[in-house]
Design a protein around this ligand. Structure first.
Ligand code: ZN
Length: 326
């Protein structure tokens, strides 16, 4: 879980919301501009909590804070409904809802993410509500750019920003989800100051190294002496489940190859590598795939990761020798 509250605390948007709340001067409409596309909705939810929570800063423990996180708070309504772009129907629904009194809170909060995707007619529809909103309504719009927004809209909202974050902050936010510290650091440093970019760079780098390790094991692990070396290396470098699933993919491809169904292999760039894996036949590949199924079960029962990998790759090696002798 990413600690969005901690991440946002020093942003301009957060400080403005806190200050406006403290002075009793919350605006009826905000536009939050941030280069972050993937997590902007989570950021908007933090700001909605500032408005809804009884404490000055979100306590994260009250009914409002928890229900906003779970998207189940009756007085916070989020648009767009399709999560992609704001349609005229979204704006119409927002306007209709704005006349319905809040149920649990004294404020009714609307989150309108991807505001930059609104066409002119949707923006014009929204304009009247922005000009004279029903009492106690607060609209929090989010956008990655203001360029597509009409000047009439821009002039009726209070603009705040969540800018790029420092590398340190991004690392701190993502370190629970991205356990390979070194790789995370590289991803963050090559990113653009947004969480989304860092996360996708990390995942790309990780996917690559999983496949590399899988081929390394299948091509170069030739004796039981290698087992310990590889299991330590794998458990240290990547998530065990990712390795098992990568191994499953490659063994499936190897099975196609040994069965003469090369055309069914989707990752055609794997083919030369698959051809350099020696000593497997249909029997030992199927045996290995059975062991993979079993390893998922063992993983569920919290087996020690290094020992699980050790057991799995040893079994695969063992199967290879058994089937060679038959
Ligand atoms: Zn709270």
């Amino acid at each position: 879980m990413i600690d969005f509250l901690c991440l946002l605390k020093n942003s301009g948007a957060y400080k403005t919301f806190i200050n406006d709340k403290k002075t009793g001067a919350l605006s009826h409409a905000y536009l939050v501009v941030s280069p972050e596309k993937q997590y902007l909705n989570d950021y908007l939810k933090v700001l909605a909590k500032i408005v809804a929570c009884n404490e000055l800063e979100p306590c994260l423990n009250c009914r409002a804070c928890k229900a906003i996180d779970a998207d189940s708070y009756a007085d916070v309504l989020s648009f767009p409904k399709d999560k992609e772009s704001i349609l005229t129907a979204d704006v119409e629904a927002l306007i209709a809802e704005s006349y319905v009194k809040p149920v649990e809170n004294d404020k009714k909060i609307f989150i309108l993410n991807h505001a930059e995707t609104m066409n002119a007619s949707a923006q014009n529809k929204l304009l009247k509500t922005l000009e004279e909103p029903p009492k106690n309504v607060i609209i929090i719009m989010g956008a990655t750019t203001t360029y597509p927004l009409l000047s009439t809209v821009l002039s009726r909202v209070k603009k705040v920003e969540i800018s790029e974050f420092s590398d340190d902050l991004i690392v701190k936010a993502l370190e629970n989800d991205c356990q390979n510290k070194e790789k995370l650091l590289t991803a963050v440093q090559s990113g653009d100051g947004t969480l989304g970019k860092a996360k996708s760079l990390y995942n790309d780098a990780n996917a690559l190294s999983v496949t590399e390790l899988v081929f390394d094991v299948l091509i170069n692990m030739t004796s039981s002496k290698d087992v310990l070396k590889y299991s330590n290396k794998i458990a240290k470098a990547i998530d065990v489940t990712e390795f098992i699933s990568g191994l499953e993919t490659v063994l499936g491809e190897l099975l196609y190859l040994t069965q003469g169904k090369e055309n069914l292999i989707k990752n055609t760039n794997h083919i030369p590598l698959l051809k350099s894996i020696k000593g497997f036949n249909n029997g030992s590949i199927l045996y290995a795939l059975e062991k993979i199924t079993e390893s998922y079960k063992r993983k569920k029962f919290n087996a020690n990761p290094t020992m699980l990998i050790e057991w799995l790759i040893f079994s695969i090696l063992e199967g290879k020798f058994i089937w060679q002798k038959l």
